[in-house]
Design a protein around this ligand. Sequence first.
Ligand SMILES: [Zn+2]
Length: 282
Amino acid sequence: MPELPEVEIVARRLRRGLTGVRVVAAAAPGVVTMRTFDPPLEELVGREVTGVRRAGKMPILEIGDLALLVHLMSAGRLGVFEGRASPRDRRVRLRIAFEDGRELRLREFGTQQRAWAKLLPAAEIGEDEAVATLGPEAWPVPPLEELAALVRQPRHLHPLLRDQRQIAGIGRSWVDEILWTARLSPFRQGADLDDPEVEALHRACDEILGGALELYERVVGESLPDKAPMPLKVHARQGEPCPRCGTTLAAVFFKDHVTTYCPQEQTGGRVLKDRRLSRLLR
Ligand SMILES: [Zn+2]
């Protein structure tokens, strides 16, 4: 799933490539994609793209006085293509055609239709529930005191950092990298962190998310790849040696995600119980 760095580079590339370009057609072949109906998508025709930005993991296209808020969910991708999409391309959920012949497409891979979009008056985008409920952006990292206040809660760090209402932009992949960089267990209680640990987390958010963005700025072109070249060092690499200390990376498997960590550096030498395995053995 695209997280903050992946969506930020998409927003930057679209901003550079589409600003000032006029819309000539807009349609949503995905029958459940649009979560709003008024104004209709056709209202975009004749308007120019005025900007592209991001709120958490959601790209926002500003098109005159309207704004298109997109949630990619796990399998949605935005891309710019030359020419018009084939009506037979069943991955296309939303398409916006421009006067210069290009087309912006929201495509979704896999059979489920979960990606969604809302067309809203630009002035009201901040009041939309999906935006209004977001915590502060994870990058640029909030000031240390702000991060300390939001992280010191009686919750495990892994779900806490992925909770968009607490801090926006981090998902299943980057949370593993951030916690590994900060040498913190995914199962530490946020409330238990001392000052040096919060400082390590603060540095790690900045370094990991900012580092991914720096890489994307160098390697991601205008057409946007379907899969970002994520520089992951530990996420989903269980069984491989820790790049820092050489200990075999371990993982805990949940129903829909995996948490990878270094037992030597993050959990005091303990390999945590694999919940998937223990359920099978029960
Ligand atoms: Zn290690």
